[in-house]
Design a protein around this ligand. Structure first.
Ligand SMILES: Cc1cc2nc3c(=O)[nH]c(=O)nc-3n(C[C@H](O)[C@H](O)[C@H](O)COP(=O)(O)OP(=O)(O)OC[C@H]3O[C@@H](n4cnc5c(N)ncnc54)[C@H](O)[C@@H]3O)c2cc1C
Length: 475
């Protein structure tokens, strides 16, 4: 087969999937994802969007017999280059597989195809008084398949857990064009190995997820944000640790460090006293009565040493706060024209060391550094501000990222709490895991993907000895 948009490739794919499924390669949309700085870009040989599982099976069988890489793609909001076709191959977008296969609100469960967006799923659930608590920050664009493939988290993971906690089953097409069904609407299932768990977080390297069964819960009646400001990092982190000691369970428990506050103070809704340099935001939820009770409790826990303490309950003010929260990345990046963020995670009692360590690495490299994130989960978006037009800045940030990974591992943590290894952190596979753990994972990869066509070079990086082609360096 001649690749790169050749007439024979296009006609083969049209014959397999129908002409509506072969998308234009000239749209650069499918060349990149949301990885920092958007510098990571690849060129697919073809972009296809099958409309059903049968088409997906045909496509995968065809890719295997022609030894052509297949790059699964959801909403393209990933931040590790996982959906970027760096080695060419066929981008398989799930956008046309967006049907709701079954929705049983009375039993709090739904079965959706992979291409349903996170926001649509949350809206569907809400309309029936139910709640899907996973809320990664790009929900309008990200898809349930992508959330599942990355085991996405988000602020509400503190109380509600990550995607894995909500997936009761899935269907995926794996090596040999085999349609695998694991789990289903059953809430509990310990028969056999946990294949669902293996596919959750597999970043497109074990197969293409075509549909997902999710459990839902009754929607909370009320959510209240409690905002607490402190004069320093130590006081703020102590407040976060007191939440644990008190046994409080806010839905979210977020932190914002001094550099982050400095970049966003002007946009903060309402006034923020000048002596606030560290912010904690905890959202409590539940029935009206339970949420009000939790508000009082969390206020008491956060009060000592605070220089700002207030609650925001009405929808409009919470939306303003949410807008401020989601604008942080842009505000920080705007200071020097760009940013490089990592998503290290560590045991929560090492949070202060991670925040201070991030600032120290920045100081040593002469790059302004700050962090914010999901404090309750010890998940730190450690960030360097860079001028994206200055190569030296980017090189320093790269060196800084390596130092952050060492910091996280030294604190007993991990190099990625949310975004995965994808392409950008693939080398960490050999650092994070022992030789035995690497071997076992490679054997799993081989069992699911004997031809090595699923997202080669990602997650397991250079260790993917079954990759049909050598990954190209994007530079
Ligand atoms: C502004 C912003 C905020 C974010 N906030 C968060 C956050 O709070 N928490 C968090 O966890 N993440 C966050 N993210 C990252 C991202 O939104 C999540 O990783 C999301 O789950 C990716 O979903 P997607 O559909 O966009 O996947 P994509 O980016 O398209 O793909 C991600 C990976 O999954 C694979 N994949 C996608 N679909 C499938 C499928 N059907 N079958 C097999 N493999 C597949 C791809 O090959 C790739 O490796 C954020 C991103 C942005 C841009």
């Amino acid at each position: 087969v001649k690749l790169s948009g050749s007439a024979s490739l296009d006609s083969d794919l049209k014959r397999l999937l129908g002409s509506g499924a072969v998308l234009s390669r000239s749209s650069e949309l499918y060349n990149h994802d949301s990885t920092e700085l958007q510098a990571l870009s690849g060129e697919p040989d073809a972009v296809v969007a099958p409309s059903d599982s049968a088409g997906l099976r045909r496509l995968i069988g065809w890719c295997e017999s022609h030894q052509i890489p297949i790059v699964p793609r959801g909403g393209g909001t990933g931040m590790a280059g996982g959906a970027v076709p760096l080695d060419g191959g066929i981008v398989c977008s799930l956008e046309r597989m967006d049907r709701v296969r079954a929705f049983d609100p009375e039993f709090w469960r739904i079965h959706v195809e992979a291409g349903v967006t996170t926001a649509r799923l949350r809206d569907l659930a809400r309309a029936s008084g139910l709640y899907f608590p996973v809320d990664p920050g790009a929900a309008e664009q990200s898809q349930i398949g992508g959330n599942t493939a990355t085991n996405a988290g988000g602020p509400h993971s503190f109380k509600y857990g990550v995607t894995r906690h909500w997936v009761t089953g899935l269907e995926a097409v794996v090596g040999g064009g085999t349609e695998l069904r694991s789990g289903g609407p059953t809430r509990k299932d310990v028969a056999g190995y946990d294949l669902t768990g293996l596919l959750v977080g597999s970043e497109g390297t074990l197969g293409v997820i075509s549909s997902v069964w999710l459990r839902l819960i009754p929607a909370p009646e009320l959510e209240i944000a409690v905002i607490a400001g402190y004069g320093g990092i130590r006081e703020g982190v102590q407040a976060i640790l007191r939440v644990y000691a008190a046994g409080a369970t806010p839905a979210t428990l977020e932190f914002f460090d001094p550099g982050c506050i400095e970049a966003t103070r002007a946009a903060f809704p309402g006034s923020m006293p000048h002596d606030v340099s560290f912010l904690v935001v905890a959202n409590v939820d539940g029935t009206e009565v339970a949420a009000r009770q939790a508000e009082t409790e969390i206020q008491e826990v956060l009060a000592p040493d605070s220089v700002l303490l207030r609650s925001v309950a009405d929808r409009g003010s919470r939306a303003q706060l949410e807008r401020w929260r989601s604008g942080i990345g842009f505000a920080v990046a705007a200071r020097r024209g760009g940013k490089v963020s990592e998503d290290i995670a560590l045991p929560v009692d090492r949070l202060e060391e991670a925040i201070l360590g991030t600032i120290r690495v920045g100081d040593e490299l002469n790059l302004p550094a700050c962090s914010w994130g999901h404090a309750g989960d010890g998940n730190v978006h450690a960030t360097f501000e860079v001028d994206r037009t200055v190569t030296a800045d980017l090189e320093l940030a790269d060196a800084g990222a390596t130092r952050l990974f060492e910091l996280a591992l030294g604190l007993g943590g991990t190099v990625s709490g949310e975004h995965g290894l994808g392409w950008v952190k693939r080398d960490q596979f050999g650092i994070r895991f022992s030789k035995d753990a690497q071997r076992l994972q490679l054997q799993i990869k081989h069992a699911f993907d004997p031809s090595g066509v699923f997202n080669p070079g990602k997650k397991l990086g250079t260790y993917t000895s079954w990759s049909p082609r050598t990954p190209r360096n994007p530079e």
